[in-house]
Write a protein that binds this ligand. Structure first.
Ligand code: MLT
Ligand code: MN
Length: 308
C-alpha cells in the first residue's frame, strides 16, 4: 500500500482561465487556446484526491469544478455495475479545509443520494449548517462529522487525518464589517494525512508562517502548500482587483515574508505549490517559475500525481 495523491484541481478560486478575466494568463487562453509558454493550458479549482488502496478515495475540498475533475480521472468514476450497482462512487469521504466557495461549492454536485462521509471542523460545519442549500445533501446519506483540531481520525480505511490550525480568515461571503485576516483556529486548517508509514501535509490556504506551523512542517516528507499569489499586490498591479493577498488570507510565494523564504530552512523533502491563482506568473515560463523551481518547489498542475 502506498499513499497516492492526485491534484485534481491546481488553481485557486476562479480557476485558470477565470470566466471573466483578461489578465495575462487567462487572456493567453482566451486568445489562442494555449498559454503563452509553459503548461498547463488550463487548471481547475483547488482539490486533492487521496487513496491508499486505489479503490476508495477521499477528496480534500470539493471544488465547483468537481464534475470536470471526475470526468478527467477514471479512478473517481462509478465502477463496474456488475460489482458496484447502478449508483456508485469511489469517493468515500470529503474533508474541507475551509468554507470558501472554491472548497465547498462542489458539494452541491455530490447530491443524488450518494452516501459519503463529510469531515470538517465545527466552525466550517457552521457555514454549511447556515446555508440551507447544502441540505440537498440528504443527511441520511451524507454524515457531517465535526472534527476537533489535533485529533486523528480515519478519513478512509487505512488513511488517518489530523487537522491543525493555520492562520487565515472566515470565508469571503461570511465577512462582516471588520475582517480579521490572521485568525488561528478552526476557520482555516491544514491536514496531516498518513497511511501509518508515510505522511503528506496539505495546506492550501495560509496567511502567514506561524512558528507552530513551521515547527510542524519542519523535516516533513511532502507538503502541498498555498501558492495563491507570487506578490502580495499582484491583483492590484495587474488591474484586476483591489485586494492584497494578506487581505484574502494568503501569504505570497516571493519576498522576505513569503513561503519560499519561510520554507528555506525547514528541510521539507518535497514541496508543491497548490491553489495557484490565475494571476500568478508561475503559471508561465519566466523568472518567477524558474526561481520557484530553483528553490526546490514543484508547481502543481491538474492531474499531477504524488506517490509516497
Ligand atoms: C480564497 O482562497 O481566498 C477564496 O477562495 C476566495 C474566494 O472565495 O473567492
Ligand atoms: Mn480559495
Amino acid at each position: 500500500m502506498a499513499l497516492r495523491a492526485v491534484i485534481v484541481g491546481a488553481a485557486a478560486g476562479g480557476g485558470l482561465p477565470q470566466w471573466n478575466c483578461n489578465a495575462a494568463n487567462s487572456a493567453a487562453f482566451w486568445r489562442s487556446g494555449t498559454p503563452t509558454a509553459a503548461p498547463p493550458i488550463a487548471a481547475t479549482q483547488s482539490s486533492l484526491a487521496l487513496s491508499v488502496d486505489g479503490s476508495n478515495w477521499a477528496l480534500l475540498n470539493a471544488s465547483p469544478d468537481i464534475r470536470a475533475q471526475i470526468m478527467a480521472r477514471s479512478e473517481l468514476q462509478p465502477r463496474d455495475p456488475a460489482n458496484h450497482g447502478l449508483r456508485d462512487s469511489p469517493i468515500r469521504s470529503v474533508l474541507l479545509t475551509n468554507g470558501d466557495i472554491d472548497h465547498i461549492a462542489g458539494l452541491l454536485t455530490l447530491r443524488e443520494k450518494q452516501c459519503f462521509d463529510l469531515f470538517m471542523t465545527a466552525e466550517i460545519a457552521e457555514v454549511l449548517d447556515a446555508n440551507p442549500i447544502f441540505n440537498a445533501l440528504d443527511p441520511t446519506c451524507v454524515s457531517r462529522h465535526r472534527i476537533g483540531l489535533e485529533r486523528p481520525f480515519d478519513l478512509l480505511p487505512g488513511l488517518q487525518a489530523t487537522l491543525f490550525a493555520v492562520p487565515g480568515k472566515v470565508p469571503l461571503f461570511m465577512e462582516g464589517a471588520q475582517v480579521e485576516t490572521d485568525l488561528m483556529g478552526e476557520q482555516t486548517v491544514g491536514a496531516a494525512l498518513t497511511d501509518g508509514t508515510r505522511t503528506l501535509h496539505y495546506v492550501p490556504g495560509c496567511a502567514r508562517m506561524a512558528p507552530s506551523l513551521a515547527d510542524r512542517l519542519r523535516g516533513a516528507e511532502c507538503v502541498l502548500f498555498d501558492g495563491t499569489l507570487w506578490t502580495d499586490d499582484e491583483m492590484i498591479q495587474q488591474g484586476v482587483g483591489q485586494k492584497t493577498g494578506q487581505r484574502m488570507g494568503h501569504m505570497s510565494m516571493s519576498g522576505t515574508d513569503g513561503s519560499i523564504s519561510a520554507f528555506a530552512d525547514l528541510d521539507v523533502s518535497r514541496k508543491v505549490f497548490v491553489h495557484i491563482n490565475n494571476t500568478n506568473p508561475v503559471w508561465r515560463d519566466g523568472p518567477e517559475r524558474a526561481e520557484t523551481r530553483t528553490a526546490g518547489w514543484e508547481i502543481a498542475y491538474d492531474g499531477m500525481e504524488i506517490r509516497l
